[in-house]
Write a protein that binds this ligand. Structure first.
Ligand code: ATP
Ligand code: MG
Length: 193
């Protein structure tokens, strides 16, 4: 599951858990992005903070792990490179890429989009307010999954912290404490996504 995870929240965790259950996955690997092509206009928290919050959020689940492939690779993160690295690390495993409806809709604009479908099966999770039209994607390599209504986004969490409102119960307790400890998201946010 790729994401900016700025910060990771319960929507991500529910989506991962639901995908693991529905598709009988052995493990969900959370992959925090490095620099993202579509988010270059917004100031994103340093990768090490996003990585550590994801580790904290997933620590209690034996089937959830976190990978550094994207944050350790210099330059902009492209999903084709993420899947290439994971395939090299796990040559015998079937990869599924869990992604949100918004991202899946953009997939044909991603670098090497035709190669992507050879590297993984794509699971598009839908959340309230996002309509998913996948008619243009190869049906046998893309599945859709509705996750329980979780109208949580990282953007909303950042805005809440910036304006002094609580994020308790939207993100795991340890992530609330990490945000406070490191004073993340206190500055006015950069341009919207
Ligand atoms: P932002 O508000 O900054 O865009 P986000 O909440 O969308 O952040 P990302 O890190 O961009 O978080 O999300 C990673 C993936 O998880 C994306 O593909 C996104 O669509 C999906 N996702 C995010 N929030 C939810 C949610 N509440 N339910 C299901 N999927 C989600
Ligand atoms: Mg998003």
């Amino acid at each position: 599951m790729g994401g900016t995870f700025d910060p990771v929240h319960h929507g991500h965790l529910v989506a991962a858990s639901e995908a693991a259950s529905e598709f009988d996955l052995d493990e969900v690997v959370f992959v925090p992005t490095g620099t993202q092509p579509f988010k270059a206009t917004r100031k994103v928290a340093p990768a090490e903070h996003r990585y550590l919050m994801t580790v904290i959020a997933t620590a209690s689940n034996p089937d959830f792990t976190v990978s550094r492939v994207d944050i350790d690779r210099p330059g902009i993160t492209f999903t084709v490179d993420t899947l290439g690295d994971l395939t090299r690390q796990r040559p015998d495993e079937d990869l599924f890429f869990i992604t949100g409806a918004d991202a899946l809709n953009q997939i044909l604009t991603w670098k090497s989009s035709s190669e992507l479908f050879e590297l993984a099966h794509f699971i598009g999770v839908t959340r309230p307010g996002h309509v998913l039209d996948v008619a243009h994607l190869p049906g046998e390599r893309v599945s859709l999954l509705e996750v329980p209504a979780m109208a949580i986004s990282s953007t909303a969490c950042r805005e809440r912290v910036e304006t002094g409102r609580p994020v308790w119960y939207l993100v795991p307790d340890g992530v609330v404490q990490y945000i406070n400890k490191h004073q993340l998201y206190r500055q006015p946010l950069g341009g919207a996504e």
